[in-house]
Design a protein around this ligand. Structure first.
Ligand code: HEM
Length: 212
């Protein structure tokens, strides 16, 4: 990955394009950003901007296959896709664990004191299934109409690409349902390969049969 990204940056330096990578490389050459900062940003944009949306497309499709009534409802109400995408984000949050936080001073959360200098892991996936916040949290309810989930994080580091990620997912899922009137699972549920990481929630692959 390191080699790939460095080659990509060198290629833009040699042959600039009208894209964000070229702008970042130029900022580096103007010494507005260090090479390490540009490298980290490109890495973040690639992983944070690609892997997350890809994971959501897989888990949303799987959720629809598990809930044929919801799939039928969505086919009948394609205009509800933006609302449905919020429910997919809540139901299977692609970033299940936020990036690491550290306490600078003691913090009390719900009566529990976390001392200073502790590492804190925030489970966005668990928050999005909190029964005190979302009634029947383990059910996929596309009409839930509650965009107050934490799938994009919260605070100063809330996802910079939230609108883009949602839009991409809406376009892709609408395209899938439009193009294929019949979609069925083509593999045993128990054999589905989930990504082996605690931070991201997604499938390695989702075999389906499509007709029509
Ligand atoms: C469905 C798709 C997406 C999901 C679920 C998602 C989720 C998240 C989450 C949870 C965070 C905060 C992490 C934390 O606080 O530790 C985050 C940050 C970020 N995301 Fe996304 N993301 C998505 C799509 C995108 C896209 C399309 C882009 C850009 C092309 C993007 C760029 C970023 C960036 C740059 C940050 C860091 C913001 C900061 O630290 O200030 N994301 N994302």
């Amino acid at each position: 990955m390191n080699d790939y990204l460095r080659e990509l940056m060198a290629a833009r330096r040699a042959a600039p394009k009208d894209d964000i990578l070229t702008e970042l490389v130029r900022a580096c050459d103007r010494r507005e950003l260090t090479g390490q900062e540009v490298f980290s940003m490109v890495f973040l944009l690639l992983i944070g901007g690609h892997e997350t949306t890809v994971n959501l497309l897989g888990t949303a499709t799987l959720a629809l296959l598990h809930h044929p009534d919801q799939l039928a409802w969505l086919r009948a109400h394609p205009e509800a896709m933006p609302m449905a995408v919020d429910e997919f984000l809540r139901y299977e949050s692609p970033v299940s664990m936020a990036t690491l936080r550290f306490t600078k001073e003691p913090v009390t959360v719900d009566g529990v004191e976390i001392p200073a200098d502790e590492l804190v892991l925030v489970s966005l996936g668990a928050a999005n299934r909190d029964p005190d916040r979302f009634p029947e949290p383990d059910r996929l309810i596309l009409e839930r109409n509650d965009p107050g989930h934490l799938a994009f994080g919260q605070g100063p580091h809330r996802c910079l690409g939230a609108f883009l990620g949602k839009l991409e997912s809406e376009v892709a899922l609408c395209g899938l349902l439009d193009r294929f009137p019949h979609i069925e699972p083509a593999a045993d549920e128990k054999t589905l390969p989930w990504r082996n990481t605690i931070m991201l929630r997604g499938l390695e692959s989702l075999p389906v049969s499509v007709h029509g």
